[in-house]
Design a protein around this ligand. Structure first.
Ligand code: SAM
Length: 426
């Protein structure tokens, strides 16, 4: 049940078909997945029936029902990511910015509010090789899943940090692209998540708007002159959306960029504002509520060397993950890290590998010892499912010892608990 006060706010928002909006808020949310473009391009390889394209994102596909994603080893191989379709707009936005020459050929990118990694993985899909991505998440309990998801996505030029945004505001202005997918009052999540509806109150909107301006001030300071900022929320009110874009333009002189996306995508433009922005409204687009605006910091500077900025970040922030590890220490030895097998630069031909059937692959992901076919040699072996690497084992013949990261293991549990745990990981 949506709160009366919230519905009144929506009625007064203007610029939308209110009756259609209320009807859409009662409908069941869509289920959608995004392919990892550096790992595969054909959605049928994932194994779900009749995937239907998301019109604004070539990597996005709707599914007709919700499978238990955890039981598909390709999720753990980082071949796809479960994500609301609206959020996938980050991929075509970054492509459009590159095509219009608004980003350097190998940009330095900061995702300031990154967990669990939906927008980061979308940007990685769109960015060329050579780009470097810093993904930050201040909440310690959320940064772990961010680091896990990014290792599975496999793009190696990444740094995961967990610091307040002020640490980035204090760095020299050096990022070419910064994403602020801000903590918000979550009005656009209400049909997917009842808790968002229960928590909503006018004061929350006010608090979020203040926090967003603090985060945006830090982002603007960290952006190099000429750099681009993508600001998004999953909420509908103007205070957290258009008014924050107006504030960035008026107070910091940022220049909004009109993305001119095709009309048939159904994306609504800004409400009651002269500045361009995109609104995904559930009655007009197939996805949850999302607001996105793109702004540019005036001026021009040459991109600073990535290495210098990254060295500064490592000194001043709490680093959780510095690239994808190739090896891990085991006693006095260094042995291959399973994470390395998930990297998009993993040289698969340098290792022995073995294809697993579904049951054995799930056993491997539960961190069980498995048995490989007798023709597989002893030593370190990459195990694969449908050709996608999952990690390493050490084959000793009678069995293969499991080297999958124990903190990533999946559990043999009921359908209901799998679904709850999946929801928490998205
Ligand atoms: N970008 C993510 C994605 O697409 O998967 C979702 C980000 S979510 C909308 C906002 C994030 O901001 C949350 O992970 C939350 O923990 C984080 N956050 C909360 N308070 C914050 C603060 N004061 N400063 C920066 N980030 C904060």
């Amino acid at each position: 049940m949506l709160k009366e006060e919230f519905l009144n706010e929506m009625k007064n928002l203007g610029g939308i078909d209110y009756e259609a909006f209320v009807r859409a808020m009662q409908e069941t949310p869509e289920i959608s997945i995004k392919l990892n473009r550096r790992k595969l391009t054909d959605p049928t390889d994932i194994g779900y029936d009749d995937p239907e394209p998301v019109i604004w994102c070539r990597s996005g596909h709707y599914l007709s029902s919700r499978p238990i994603f955890t039981l598909n080893p390709l999720l753990h191989a980082g071949a796809f990511y479960v994500q609301d379709a609206s959020s996938m707009i980050y991929e075509p936005i970054v492509e459009e910015l590159s095509n219009r020459g608004l980003l350097p050929s190998a940009p330095l990118v900061l995702d300031l509010c990154a967990a669990p990694g939906g927008k980061t993985t979308s940007m990685i899909n769109a960015l060329p090789d050579g780009s470097f991505i810093v993904a930050n998440e201040v909440m310690p309990q959320r940064v772990k899943i961010l680091a896990e998801n990014l290792q599975k996505w496999g793009y190696p030029d990444i740094l995961v940090t967990s610091s307040p945004t002020s640490k980035f505001g204090a760095l020299p202005a050096s990022f070419d692209l910064i994403a602020v997918d801000a903590p918000c009052s979550g009005e656009g999540m209400m049909r997917k998540d009842e808790e968002a509806g229960r928590q909503w109150c006018p004061n929350l909107v006010k608090q979020c708007s203040t926090l967003q301006r603090q985060i945006l001030s830090d982002a603007i300071a960290a952006l190099r002159p000429g750099g681009i900022l993508i600001y998004s929320t999953c909420t509908f009110n103007r205070q957290e959306d258009e008014e924050n874009v107006e504030w960035m333009a008026d107070t910091h002189g940022l220049e909004p960029i009109d993305l001119e996306l095709p009309m048939e995508w159904g994306i609504i433009k800004q409400i009651n504002s002269d500045l361009p922005a995109l609104r995904f409204m559930p009655h007009a687009t197939r996805g949850e509520g999302l607001f996105v605006a793109v702004v540019r910091k005036p001026g021009v500077t040459e991109s600073r060397s990535h290495a210098k900025t990254i060295a500064d970040i490592k000194k001043k922030t709490r680093v959780i993950l510095d690239g994808i590890p190739k090896t891990i220490a085991k006693g006095k030895m260094e042995i291959p890290a399973s994470q390395w097998a998930l990297s998009t630069r993993f040289p698969i031909d340098d290792y022995q590998s073995a294809e697993l059937d579904l049951d054995t692959a799930l056993g491997y992901l539960r961190h069980e010892a498995i048995t490989l076919p007798s023709n597989v040699g002893k030593g370190f072996v990459v195990v694969k499912y449908k050709g996608f690497p999952l990690g390493f084992v050490k084959n000793i013949g009678s069995r293969a010892n499991n080297l999958y990261p124990s903190e990533w293991r999946i559990y043999n549990s009921s359908l209901r608990s799998q679904q709850v745990s999946e929801k928490n990981r998205q």
